[in-house]
Design a protein around this ligand. Structure first.
Ligand SMILES: CC(C)(COP(=O)(O)OP(=O)(O)OC[C@H]1O[C@@H](n2cnc3c(N)ncnc32)[C@H](O)[C@@H]1OP(=O)(O)O)[C@@H](O)C(=O)NCCC(=O)NCCS
Length: 203
């Protein structure tokens, strides 16, 4: 998760630009505003996701660093994870860091975190059909096509492609380290808390 300094660097990166003005890769067109508003939106999104985190519904906005430089963000979210064991991902990189293989690595990192660390059974993601980079990342990591739907973004009809990756198909292409996850598992609904009877027996 970003430190305060890293979060401000991320906001500045968003202000520099995430995509050309005539493109919109996001389902909610949050980035189609002035640079200053985009930066504030990044800060508020991260603060909001932290404030609203609970076992039944969470979004983890991981910071992506290359050689200690903040280059983007990769999020992982779930609703009722303890029951469904399904996660969803979303991400962006600063425009000058795109197309260098970082997007593939950061998605692989959170998928490994989900499948191995949290014991997820499936991961989903989606991308508009005019976003070849995002679709290619999903294809490279083994997702299968999960259908498509028409979607209206900023009063424009768009087609969104869904992708699904089942745990059985997951082979992590990079080495991933996961630190200090154990105490966080109950917070993510990833481990059932001990029943009161069990706690009482132990005391
Ligand atoms: C989507 C995103 C996170 C991917 O990260 P990235 O670092 O650019 O992706 P990578 O370099 O790891 O991989 C991109 C792949 O797409 C391919 N690709 C990129 N543009 C392409 C194009 N126009 N046509 C075909 N393939 C293309 C690349 O060749 C690469 O595949 P390869 O490794 O087989 O050669 C990044 O581009 C980004 O932040 N885009 C803007 C925001 C965004 O779209 N977010 C996702 C919303 S769903």
């Amino acid at each position: 998760m970003p430190t305060s300094d890293q979060l401000h660097q991320l906001a500045e990166l968003a202000a520099e630009g995430i995509h050309p003005d005539d493109q919109m890769p996001f389902g909610r067109p949050w980035s189609a505003v002035s640079p200053a508003e985009r930066a504030r939106s990044v800060l508020q999104w991260h603060w909001r996701t932290l404030a609203e985190l609970k076992p039944e519904s969470w979004t983890l906005g991981f910071t992506v660093l290359r050689n200690c430089v903040v280059v983007g963000t990769q999020d992982l979210s779930a609703v009722d994870f303890g029951i469904g064991r399904s996660v969803h991902t979303g991400s962006w990189l600063g425009q000058r860091f795109q197309g260098q293989g970082i997007g593939t690595q950061m998605r692989a990192a959170v998928l490994e975190f989900a499948f191995t660390g949290l014991e997820a059974v499936e991961a989903t993601t989606s991308a508009f059909t005019d976003n070849p980079a995002s679709q290619r990342v999903s294809e490279k990591l083994g997702y299968l096509d999960n259908g498509s739907r028409r979607y209206v973004v900023a009063d424009q009809p768009r087609r969104e492609r869904g992708f699904l990756l089942a745990r059985e198909r997951w082979h992590c292409p990079i080495e991933v380290g996961i630190d200090n996850l154990e105490p966080c598992l109950p917070m993510l609904g990833a481990r059932a808390e001990q029943a009161p009877e069990a706690r009482m027996t132990k005391q």
